[in-house]
Structures are given as C-alpha cells and as structure tokens.
Design a protein around this ligand. Structure first.
Ligand SMILES: COc1ccc(N2C[C@H](O)c3cc(S(N)(=O)=O)sc3S2(=O)=O)cc1
Ligand SMILES: [Zn+2]
Length: 262
C-alpha cells in the first residue's frame, strides 16, 4: 500500500499493514479527557515568533494543502510551554471531514470539531535536519488549533490562496508574506502530551500542544477545503475531491496529558 489515504482500502484502519507504528505506544490523535488532564503550573506560556517573509509556497500534498516555510535558519520559531529551547516553523496544514459535524483529529471530552490546524515545528537546536528531528522523541512540536464554524462574511486570506490553487494546473503556487500567528486564537491556554505524526509513517516524535480556544471559519471555507483535488503523482488518472483527511483517536496507553490552566 504505497499510496496510503483515507478511503476504506488504504485508510487508517489498514495503515498498520505497512506502518506497524500505527499500533505504537504514543500514537496521535487522542481524546483529551479534560478532568484527567493534570494542571502543571510550571508550564511557561507558549511564545510564537513568526517572520511573515519566511513563507515560501502553498501546495496540494495530495492528502491536504500545506503552506511551507523557509526553515534554513531561525526566522520563525516557537518557544515555551513544554518545549526545551526553540523549535523552527516548517509548515502548516489542515485536517477536515466530509461535513461540518466532524473532521478534526483530536477530540475534547469526546466532542468533535469540524477541522483542525496543525503548525509543524522541528528542534533545530538539537538536530541538524528536519528528517533527523522527525526520527527522535523530542524532534517535532505541533501546535494544534481546533476550527469551529461561524458563518463569517470576511473572506479569509487563505481562502483566496486556496481558490487560486484550485484553479491552477500545477499543485503549488508561490505565497508571500503570510504570518501564521494571525491564525491563532487570543487565548493561548493549552494541553500538551507526547504523541506522533497523525499520517504515515506515524513517527512517535511529536510534542503536541493543543490550544483550548478554537478559531472560527465559515462553512464555505470548509467546503473549499473539500473541493481540493486529492490527486498525487501516482493517481493522476483518478482525480477526486479531498472530502476527508482525519485519523481517528488512538489509545492513550498510560500517557499523561498536562494542562497549562486550571
Ligand atoms: C519522515 O516522514 C515524514 C515526516 C514528516 C512529514 N511531514 C509532512 C506531513 O504532512 C506531516 C503531518 C503532520 S501531523 N498531522 O501534524 O502529525 S506533521 C508532518 S511533517 O511536516 O512532519 C511527512 C513525512
Ligand atoms: Zn496534521
């Protein structure tokens, strides 16, 4: 199964056939049971310092759309929270479902959100490359932000880029001067736990930081996500829409979730 996906024949239920880590000890996403989360007053606040000029391009990766950043130096970083030192911004992407009722990857007390934003960073202080960092338990830090539907009239910048991308022949377009901190909610309270990539190869190298406060998107923006082509080089012949790209929650297996708030 080289072209994994989210359909019945190549989706999360069968990823373990080629990616045994799917049954690992620290898999993501999880359901955050708020009453079981441990308040840790020693957790410092999250601090993001993003340089808008570090954005490079927006691309259709076949499983989501990704906005990629220049991570050759410490231009855009995240610090604080559970992290030791600074982690360098690499990319951000979204996960969504076939309708507005569900589609986020993490849950909170069993509650579904319609989508989830993942802002991916790597530990450039400790590792010499992103690929090396992705192989280590403290190599990556992903900031997860839930999306809720509020019918806004404001066309969000990303939608404009998405529309542009949708009608482009290629799978990517250049993208300039975008500061992803505009996607963050005002409140930076969070939960944190040790987990994994939520896509193959499901590497157990992610320190997850999930913000409690969701951001708002319109139903129309989510429908634009779903209308992206889910083609990759290998399945050009069968273009279809990317109606869902979320992995179900995984067993906690004894892990502790910490909260930055009471
Ligand atoms: C070694 O194989 C790989 C290592 C890293 C990746 N990346 C691209 C993925 O889109 C992806 C998805 C992530 S999620 N949903 O936040 O867990 S994080 C992440 S990535 O940027 O690290 C791909 C392959
Ligand atoms: Zn993701």
């Amino acid at each position: 199964m080289d072209n994994w996906g989210y359909a019945d024949h190549n989706g999360p239920k069968v990823w373990h056939e080629l990616f045994p880590l799917a049954n690992g000890e620290r898999q993501s996403p999880i359901d955050i049971v708020t009453k079981a989360a441990i308040y840790d007053p020693s957790l410092p606040p999250i601090n993001v310092d993003y340089d808008p000029s570090s954005v490079k391009l927006i691309m259709n990766s076949g499983h989501t759309f990704t906005v990629e950043f220049d991570d050759g130096e410490d231009k855009s970083v995240i610090r604080g929270g559970p992290l030791h030192g600074s982690y360098r911004l690499q990319q951000f992407h979204f996960h969504w479902g076939p309708c507005d009722d569900y589609g986020a990857e993490h849950k909170v007390d069993g509650r579904d959100y319609p989508a989830e934003l993942h802002i991916v960073h790597w530990n450039a202080e400790k590792f010499s490359s992103f690929v090396e960092a992705a192989q280590n338990p403290d190599g990556l830090a992903v900031l997860g932000i839930f999306l809720k539907v509020r019918n806004l009239i404001r066309i969000h910048l990303l939608s404009i880029c998405l529309i542009f991308l949708l009608y482009q022949d290629g799978k990517q377009s250049s993208f300039t001067n975008f500061d992803p901190s505009c996607l963050l909610p005002d409140c930076k309270e969070f939960w944190t736990y040790p987990g994994s990539l939520t896509i193959p190869p499901l590497l157990e190298s992610v320190i997850w930081i999930l913000l409690k406060e969701p951001i708002a998107v319109s139903s129309r923006q989510l429908s634009q996500f779903r209308s992206l082509f889910s083609t990759t080089e290998t399945d050009e012949s069968k273009p279809c829409c990317m109606e869902k790209n979320h992995r179900p929650v995984q067993p906690l297996k004894g892990r502790k979730v910490r909260a930055s708030f009471l």
